[in-house]
Design a protein around this ligand. Structure first.
Ligand code: ZN
Length: 433
């Protein structure tokens, strides 16, 4: 279960999977990723429809019977009292805290309800708590339904991007993009690289020109954000960057998947290829996923106001399904596109547990393997549908002398904020080393 979760979340923190590392850590042994707290008691494939003995399943069935057959999670608050260890056996106690009156939401007409679950070991020790808020709604009664029918909410078709001027000397570059290769012209005589491509090597004068395939990694050398007038074929906000590639040449391209306010000169970026229309593939550059910290930050290493480097996450069907199954969440909207459509959703979408797992990974990748999560609170907004990118960003809000940190998190996709949240974690004290 732990390895399956870490694999799906791309979480390589060795305290979860490496017994030797874990033995020398503050934990003394392998521990479970705290964000998978509720995965342990999910009913699984056979039991996901619930039993009438369980008050929450009974409530869900009552709402189903009233026509509120679709469900989305809106808020999740986890508190981690201690990390779980191999051999722990959990039991849970669930309470329904509140049920709202019927409300009109963007998804449809429905009822919000909140549950509180307390997780204990068999000998009664409370190890975690979860407050969970969900919306049960009637499919086809929201704004998204009218958009799908081609109603007022449907986006207008827009003109394609302007075509590049392609000549005999530049064709290799554009052909390369179609094959997801970023090609740089190279002189066959003196090996000098040039971009944009030239007719003749400016160094040695040779006409013998080939190309090399760039790694796609580079840094932002300079950038500008055109604001006005808006051109219909571009996505806004629009950032145009001069990217200095590892190989040394520079090229102009759009910087994507990051709030323009977080773009900075020197920012490490990587190339992603995108079909902007069926006949044109262009290179975009986005922040590189921050490297996982191998040591752990200590008290005093961090100050309020510090920003975490942005981290884009590709939202693919595989990522959504892998996260749902690793969290033992068999709600059809997270793995079955046909049933998701039937329930009024344009596609499958990421479950809240995966969002939580990705947020937890982001924070501990930044703080280091021995930083301990104390709580994780997430509010969901725009869903993560396949084909989108969610970019995680974070800011240190509070630092206590005892090593407690509070961070504000945000996961934004092309529709808006997918998730906003708060996480509390503890750093080891300096005297421990
Ligand atoms: Zn040359």
């Amino acid at each position: 279960m732990i390895r399956h979760w870490c694999d799906a979340m791309g979480d390589h923190n060795p305290v979860y999977t490496d017994p030797e590392f874990a033995a020398k850590s503050t934990h003394g042994e392998v521990v479970a990723p705290p964000a998978m707290l509720n995965a342990w008691l999910m009913p699984g494939l056979a039991g996901h429809r619930g039993s009438p003995d369980n008050p929450i399943s009974a409530l869900l069935q009552k709402l189903d019977a009233g026509g509120f057959t679709s469900v989305v999670a809106t808020d999740s608050e986890h508190e981690y009292l201690r990390y779980l260890r191999i051999g722990d056996h959990l039991v849970s106690e669930q309470h329904v805290e509140d049920i709202s009156a019927e409300k009109q939401t963007a998804l449809g007409l429905g009822h919000f309800f909140t549950t509180l679950t307390s997780y204990r070991t068999e000998d009664g020790e409370e190890v975690g708590r979860m407050r969970f808020r969900m919306l049960k709604f009637r499919p086809g009664t929201g704004r998204m339904a009218s958009a799908a029918d081609g109603g007022a909410g449907a986006p207008e078709p827009r003109p394609p991007r302007p075509r590049p001027g392609i000549s005999h000397d530049t064709r290799f570059f554009w052909d390369g993009l179609g094959e997801h290769e970023l090609r740089i012209q190279r002189c066959e005589e003196c090996a000098a690289l040039h971009h944009p491509p030239m007719v003749r090597c400016p160094g040695c004068g040779s006409y013998s020109l080939g190309y090399t395939v760039a790694s796609g990694r580079g840094r932002i050398y300079s950038f500008v954000e055109p604001v006005h007038p808006k051109v219909q074929s571009f996505d806004y906000p629009l950032v145009v960057g001069l990217i200095e590639l590892e190989e040394g040449t520079r090229l102009l391209a759009n910087v994507a998947d990051v709030d323009p306010e977080l773009v900075s000169i020197g920012m490490p970026v990587e190339c992603v290829f995108r079909e902007t229309d069926p006949e044109l593939t262009l290179p975009f550059f986005r922040p590189i996923r921050p490297a996982r910290r191998e040591d752990t930050l200590l008290v005093g290493d961090v100050a309020p106001g510090e920003l975490l480097d942005p981290c884009p996450v590709d939202i693919t069907p595989t990522q959504i399904v892998a996260g749902a199954i690793a969290s033992r969440d068999y709600q059809d909207v997270h793995h079955d596109r046909d049933l998701a459509l039937k329930r009024g959703s344009p596609d499958i979408f990421m479950n809240i547990l995966t969002t939580g797992g990705l947020c937890a990974r982001y924070v501990t990748d930044w703080a280091g393997p021995e930083a301990q999560l104390r709580s994780l609170r997430i509010r969901l907004g725009a869903p993560n549908y396949p084909g989108d990118v969610m970019t995680l960003t974070g800011r240190v809000e509070r630092c206590e002398p005892d090593g407690t940190l509070e961070l504000a998190l945000r996961g934004a996709n092309r529709l808006g904020d997918h998730a906003v949240g708060r996480v509390e974690l503890s750093l080891p004290l300096r005297t421990n080393r």
